[in-house]
Write a protein that binds this ligand. Structure first.
Ligand code: NAP
Ligand code: MG
Length: 507
């Protein structure tokens, strides 16, 4: 039930978290104090550069305008590098270089040779994975244990996986003669900078395309270290071009007449603009957009394991995850128990220096994103939901948000409908499987979902009824290059990963 008295409050002050619940039907939530660990920072230095130029036609070049912008370390809020601000002329040059490579050496290369380049790139990523993981963490704020143990191994795995497909495309599509689509424009977000680059580049190259990639403004650094790997691997000039810049640079790439295909990962809002910009142009398009996934917990599930999965589902990568399990549906009979376990677990999450190997939750990617999270959390309090937060202390500098969850959430609250893209969970309840399905599917998105139960038949029943591209059972946020990923409804269309991920890059 909305509580109007709180609405007025929320306008004048930051919502204060409850450390103990006061909802009549809820148990008192006690956040205990976390264990203390000695600091365990990843050793520096890493080869972070002062300036990062564009990568066009196999060379590192400044933007034609000479303009640069700052890349910020979100854990300090301070600029640590300057990035070339690519404009229309740079996009022109990159598309021309990509076309030349397609008509030249890359287009003429036997597929097995193409595959060798991808295998070589995969191995070089493995060799330099520590350096890339540290840079990813410094530039984007994610904990080093995630960039080191999840992002980088998956980046290499994607190149290995698609390397293997390069000379087997006719087996993937029997009776057909698959050929590349042409020059691909790829625009990626900031939450998994290298991984999103790998998801886009590896299948495109395996299928014989050439690429112009536009990384996100706040996380361009590692894409340019990846460009060094391409150069060192001897990848022919112009096969991959990287043009950094803001949204306008992405829009210039999307609108460029020399581009044959656009692949975009990012917000639904920008995805809609791109769909409009490419409509009627003959350009191929795939969109990987936002999500508001349901994580459904039945009373017969192993509760401790499920709580781990819930925590991973929403707090992994600070909740900057399109498939995050951001709506938790708990069966009413175990609601009190689950809430108590969740509160206990949230209290142990370590928030702080992303370069510390013990850190569970790093920095919010940018000041702008922190503002968006706060605005939505404020709306949750104003609409009458109850906010619970960890007691952890946040660093003074940089961008941070405490791991949080809301109880007393109704389906009409903004925090139940909109993507918060931060470490904030909305907890709802259900009584029957039918009710769970109905409530879970009551969303504009359809990217992912999770089901927790001891009963196999229930898993199959739920998986069939849930309208989401990926459904995890008794686990969450598991990724594999052989497994396709993608959404329904406002979560976009097209699949990345697996054999399905080849189709968008083939004619
Ligand atoms: P975003 O604002 O849509 O930005 C994504 C990318 O598009 C960035 O490189 C951005 O540049 C660029 N861009 C902005 N405006 C553009 C325009 N008019 N034309 C072409 N490109 C443009 O999203 P974000 O805030 O970076 O990322 C968060 C969103 O991405 C979330 O909604 C999340 O769910 C979604 N996401 C989806 C997936 C998936 O696989 N489905 C994966 C990750 C993230 P700037 O960086 O300069 O803004
Ligand atoms: Mg940054």
């Amino acid at each position: 039930m909305p509580r109007p008295a709180k609405q007025a409050n929320a306008k004048t002050r930051r919502p204060r978290a409850r450390e103990a619940g006061h909802h009549a039907a809820e148990p008192a939530l006690q956040f205990g104090s976390a264990w203390d660990y000695a600091p365990a920072p990843e050793t520096l230095p890493v080869p972070l550069k002062k300036r990062y130029p564009l990568y066009i036609g196999g060379g590192f070049v400044p933007a034609a305008s000479g303009k640069t912008f700052a890349s910020i370390n979100p854990a300090t809020g301070r600029a640590h590098a300057r990035i070339a601000d690519g404009g229309r002329a740079d996009v022109d040059a990159a598309v021309a270089a990509a076309r030349k490579a397609l008509d030249g050496p890359w287009g003429k290369m036997p597929p097995a040779e193409r595959g060798k380049y991808l295998f070589r790139i995969a191995r070089m990523i493995q060799e330099r994975s520590r350096e890339l993981a540290v840079l990813e963490t410094m530039d984007g704020g994610k904990p080093i244990k995630e960039s080191r143990d999840i992002d980088l191994p998956l980046v290499a795995a994607h190149f290995f996986y698609y390397a293997g497909w390069a000379d087997k495309l006719e087996y993937a599509f029997p009776g057909r003669r698959p050929g590349p689509v042409g020059v691909c424009g790829q625009v990626i977000p900031w939450n998994f900078p290298l991984l999103m680059a790998a998801w886009k580049l590896a299948p495109a190259l395996a299928c014989g395309n050439t690429v112009v990639l536009k990384p996100a403004e706040t996380t361009s650094v590692t894409a340019l270290h990846l460009a060094e790997i391409f150069a060192d691997a001897g990848l022919p000039d112009g096969v991959v071009n990287i043009v950094t810049g803001a949204g306008a640079t992405g829009a210039a790439l999307v609108g460029h007449p020399g581009v044959d295909k656009i692949a975009f990962t990012g917000s639904t809002e920008v995805g809609k603009k791109i769909a409009a910009a490419t409509a009627g142009t003959g350009k191929r398009l795939t969109l990987e957009l936002g999500g508001k996934a349901a994580n459904i917990l039945f009373d017969d599930a192993p509760l401790d394991q499920a709580v781990e999965g819930i925590v991973n589902g929403i707090y992994f990568n600070q909740g900057h995850v399109c498939c995050a399990g951001s709506r938790l549906f708990v069966q009413e009979s175990v609601y009190d128990k689950v809430l108590r376990k969740l509160a206990d677990r949230v209290a142990t999450l370590r928030v702080g220096d992303p370069l510390d190997k013990n850190t569970d939750i790093g920095a919010i990617n940018s000041g702008e994103q922190l503002g968006r999270i706060r605005e939505l959390v404020d709306s949750g309090v104003a609409e009458g939901a109850e906010l619970h937060q960890s007691r952890c202390r946040l660093p003074r500098e940089g961008y941070w948000f405490k791991p949080s969850f809301f109880t007393g959430v109704t389906a009409s609250h903004r925090i139940a409908r909109e993507e918060i893209f931060g470490p904030v969970l909305s907890v709802l309840t259900f009584r029957t499987p039918e009710e769970a399905v109905e409530r879970a599917n009551n969303t504009a998105y359809g990217l992912s979902a999770g089901v927790w139960t001891d009963k196999g038949s229930k898993i199959f029943k739920m998986a069939k009824a849930l309208k989401a591209g990926v459904i995890w059972a008794n686990t969450y946020n598991k990724f594999d290059p052989a497994s396709p990923f993608g959404g329904y409804k406002e979560s976009g269309f097209g699949r990345e990963g697996g054999m399905h991920g080849l189709a968008p890059y083939l004619r």
